[in-house]
Ligand binder design. Sequence first.
Ligand code: PLP
Length: 350
Amino acid sequence: MNASTNATVVDLRSDTVTQPTAGMRAAMAAAPLGDDVFGDDPSVNALQAALAERLGFEAALFMPSGTQSNLCALMAHCQRGDEYIVGQFAHTYRWEGGGAAVLGSIQPQPLNHAPDGSLPLADIEANIKPDDAHFARTRLLALENTIGGKVLPMDYLAAASALARRHGLARHLDGARLFNAAVALDPADPYAAAGRICAHFDSVSVCFSKGLGAPVGSVLCGSRELIGRAHRWRKMLGGGMRQAGVLASAAHHALEHQVRRLADDHALAKRLAEGLQGLSGLTVEAPQTNIVFCDVATDIAADLVAHLKSRGVLTTGLYKLRFVAHLDVDADGIDRTIAATREFFSTRQG
Ligand SMILES: *Cc1c(COP(=O)(O)O)cnc(C)c1O
């Protein structure tokens, strides 16, 4: 656990709350810098080249946020009046302020998720519009992996990708937590697993500010041509940064040193889910990666979140109760969370 963490608070609201580790801060302090708008920040260029190579793409572009990275990708794939097929609970549809529609004039076609987080192939196919002036032009399939902490099956990715190709659709992956999926699939060689996932997509966005532990930043990967178009949008959206290598070096450190350790977060999530079993009024979903979702009655959710807060445990309860494990939480914090939750239910019943 990080020395900089406030030891009295267990913050499970998100894996975005992580603080840079000592090794990461050292890498940031030592990073050679230039002006990235001129394209000559060596640390930014090194990160972009390293991620593109690891994931099997021609080019990559460092972005201030995952939201901007996804938006630049959507705008690079789609024109005004085009449409992308996307999940109802996908970040690129539900959690990005409607940016694709507002700033890109791109229409979303949201679909319901299957229980495993995938978009059923028949639903995708049924929603690809014919070439007819009544319809927006269906141009892109946008998937997310992990989605709600779940890993999309590899055979599903192959089938969805083939379907999109057959219909002439481009394929974008919101891989904010790509490496969580990769570590879950192959803890021994997560980089190879990440490459296998990415082989099914024309573009992939990866967040470094989540479980990977960097303070800021995402990277969009794709063909040289697509990244060229995304670069123009990034500038227009205000995402051109200058000595950005101070941030890119943190992401690069994470890429080299903090991927495999995501398995620790997955183990903590499992420990938490097991510890919360058997409480009447709380249904725990078995986690596949670092996120534990629980169903609680809506009238209980707010009280439980407040109770946990009074015990120094922070969490969120927007649709479901959500606990996210990350590098600034340890087994002790997880056990405190279990104890505080059990205490809540015992006092309610008593
Ligand atoms: C966090 C996240 C993003 C990007 O979020 P930013 O806060 O803009 O960096 C995109 N997609 C998913 C699935 C995410 O979880």
